[in-house]
Design a protein around this ligand. Structure first.
Ligand code: MN
Length: 195
């Protein structure tokens, strides 16, 4: 069984203002993530998934046609926890050299990430990932996650409307810029790159 105490915010709900409101975090972390956890618990009870680590649930349910709902909820628990760890007060700004170098420069990285995140049609996620030894950008739809494809996530942005609608309404591009300029936790991204 999973619980919210395993997935705490690393800061308080008001700490990302004005770039992400306390209302958004209260709803996104406190309600959306909580619902994915509750749904996952309800779905795995009494199944072989009940005692698996989250990563195993995601990996195995991804190829189990009878476990689509389990996959969706497990992946969303992982994706959201990873996303909230990608946020920090006073984040964003200068792209770390190690990351910039992987894309031929900071400007190229920013441009490629913005285009990818803006280009997700409907609900989904923009990621920086490492596949084999290559660092690159990818997007996933709905609950899909790089983990399900054996790809290592390094950084993510939730571009489901619930991630930004209270603060930015339909202006997803402004949300993407706020993330890159003021919110992303480069230290977390660097830690992931170093592993
Ligand atoms: Mn979300």
């Amino acid at each position: 069984m999973y619980s919210m105490s395993q997935f705490p915010l690393q800061f308080s709900e008001k700490d990302l203002m004005p770039y992400m409101s306390a209302e958004t975090l209260n709803c996104h972390h406190g309600k959306h993530l909580a619902t994915y956890i509750k749904n996952l618990n309800d779905l795995i009870t009494g199944t072989p998934y009940a005692d698996m680590p989250l990563y195993e649930i995601i990996k195995q349910s991804a190829t189990d046609t009878n476990a689509q709902k389990i996959f969706n909820n497990a992946a969303q628990v992982f994706n959201h926890d990873f996303f909230f760890r990608c946020l920090t007060p006073n984040g964003g700004g200068d792209v770390p050299t190690e990351l910039a170098n992987a894309f031929g420069g900071a400007d190229k990285f920013i441009s490629e990430f913005r285009t990818a995140a803006a280009g997700v049609f409907g609900s989904g996620w923009a990621w920086v990932v490492r596949e084999n030894s290559e660092i690159k950008i990818m997007t996933t739809k709905n609950a899909d996650t790089p983990l399900a494809h054996g790809i290592t996530p390094l950084m993510t942005l939730d571009v489901w409307e619930h991630a930004y609608y209270l603060d930015y309404q339909n202006r997803r591009a402004d949300f993407i810029d706020a993330y890159l300029n003021h919110l992303v936790n480069w230290n977390f991204v660097l830690e992931n790159m170093a592993q």
